[in-house]
Ligand binder design. Structure first.
Ligand SMILES: NC(=O)c1ccc[n+]([C@@H]2O[C@H](COP(=O)([O-])OP(=O)(O)OC[C@H]3O[C@@H](n4cnc5c(N)ncnc54)[C@H](OP(=O)(O)O)[C@@H]3O)[C@@H](O)[C@H]2O)c1
Length: 313
């Protein structure tokens, strides 16, 4: 009998109790799921972890075989010096579909000019005789082609958009123009009518969108950021929005969350703030990923979605 510690916020246990219990049982591994404080930490075999949970010091978890993150992002734990066990991140089919919905929804909103339509219900018939562009005439750039970026890129390509993706390592994804490296970034930025950033927060990605890179985008470009707040130099983005270099930004993630009420993003006419709701782990599907990694740990097989701690993601 192994012991699995559920170390998310206590109020999330109600959502996870049934799916996690059933998913672990379905693997054939005999496990007792415990809450913090119920047993000696040294007896815990796996820590189901959340950056919002009560366990952030792993020193006492001397018998733990892995720390299994319920979140896709690992920036709040990857540098934790008390963590000596393997760290796995969440790649969850439910979370992925949520991100695809959020990204395709906001890309279509920009593509179709839905904000302007909603603002123009004023009795003026503005048919200028022009033909609206099709998705295939709209260039969308995805920064990050990991689990989430790739799924979003494929969904957008499926809708007909001309999609370019950029990642650290070279990729070959049918229907997507894949770029990497510094030259690749410059090329991607130069054609980003709509840019979506789904990069992790690492030292290399910090303020990737800054005064120098924003100016490389087509004038009036739109930005959607469901990645992390640190990807953007906020002052540079506000300045680029004020002078029309960037036409609009939809931001889901911020350096400080909740975004303080006095932050200029809230009142900016060309910014939409969403409260870190792009994609959440779903208990049913996330529990299956946790259970599969526990099964692998017990069978001596390599873990899925192991974080490379030197790379930071
Ligand atoms: N807003 C929300 O609700 C929400 C929800 C979930 C996740 N997220 C965010 O989304 C992020 C991405 O998640 P994921 O599961 O897709 O991560 P992932 O599978 O680890 O993919 C990360 C992607 O970013 C690329 N990348 C990393 N560092 C780079 C660099 N320096 N230059 C260029 N490309 C770089 C990686 O390139 P390689 O492929 O070459 O490694 C990979 O394509 C998470 O880290 C989290 O911050 C947000």
């Amino acid at each position: 009998m192994i012991r699995v510690l559920f170390a998310d916020k206590p109020e999330n246990w109600a959502r996870y109790e049934r799916p996690l219990t059933e998913a672990i049982a379905a693997t054939g591994v005999e496990a007792q799921i415990v809450q913090p404080g119920e047993i000696d930490p040294a007896q815990v075999d796996y820590v189901v972890y959340s950056p919002q949970g009560p366990v952030q010091d792993f020193t006492a978890y001397t018998g733990a075989k892995a720390v299994l993150n319920l979140w896709a992002g690992v920036e709040r734990v990857v540098g934790n010096e008390t963590l000596t066990q393997p760290l796995c991140r969440m790649v969850d089919a439910g979370l992925e579909r949520g991100m695809v919905d959020y990204v395709t929804g906001h890309v279509l909103r920009y593509h179709l000019g839905i904000d302007a339509t909603l603002a123009q219900q004023d009795g003026v018939w503005r048919h200028d005789g022009g033909v609206p562009p099709l998705a295939r005439d709209r260039s969308v750039v995805m920064l990050g082609l990991g689990a989430l970026g790739k799924a979003c890129a494929e969904a957008l390509a499926g809708l007909g958009f001309a999609v370019t993706g950029w990642s650290r390592s070279p990729k070959d994804i049918p229907g997507i123009t894949c770029l990497n490296g510094d030259d690749g970034l410059a090329e991607a930025l130069s054609k980003a009518e709509i840019l979506v950033s789904i990069l992790p927060d690492t030292p290399e990605t910090t303020e990737l969108l800054n005064a120098d890179t924003l100016v490389q985008m087509p004038k009036g470009a739109r930005i959607i950021n469901p990645g992390r707040g640190t990807l953007i130099d906020d002052d540079a983005l506000l300045a680029a929005l004020d002078r029309g270099q960037i036409g609009h930004a939809t931001l889901d993630v911020f350096r400080a969350e909740p975004l303080p009420p006095e932050h200029p993003y809230w009142a900016h006419p060309h910014v939409t703030v969403t409260p870190h709701i792009a994609a959440e782990s779903r208990a049913e599907t996330a529990s299956e990923v946790i259970a599969e990694n526990i099964r692998r740990g017990e069978a001596g097989e390599p873990f899925l979605y192991l974080v490379d701690r030197s790379r930071g993601y």
